[in-house]
Design a binder for this molecule. Structure first.
Ligand code: FES
Length: 101
């Protein structure tokens, strides 16, 4: 069953910031780009690096271990081509960030 989970105060994630939050027991990486929050699986599909600790360049989030990079808007990889990471719906409401599990 899917639902919205309150994960963070909106002010805690500044422009260009990233972090890892718990969404009903699952680690999810959040980033803020151009004022909007995006959410992807925190666990890199390569060997499990924490995407929430990676570098953010534009809409691309780079895994801190071996630099696989994913577009946070749709989960497609810039490198390597064909890789993919799960994305989650996000909304901000009442100064809070909510993620759909
Ligand atoms: S674990 Fe993420 S690129 Fe290797």
């Amino acid at each position: 069953m899917s639902g919205w989970v309150d994960v963070l105060g909106a002010a805690e994630l500044q422009e260009g910031g990233r972090c890892t939050v718990d969404v009903a027991g699952k680690p999810v990486a959040l980033v803020r780009v151009d004022g909007r929050v995006w959410a992807v699986d925190d666990t890199c599909p390569h060997r499990g690096g924490s995407m929430g600790q990676g570098d953010l360049q534009g809409h691309f989030l780079y895994c801190p271990l071996h630099a696989w990079s994913f577009d946070v808007r749709d989960g497609t990889a810039f490198f390597p081509r064909g890789a993919r990471i799960a994305c989650f719906e996000v909304r901000e409401e009442g100064g809070r960030v909510l993620v759909r599990r």
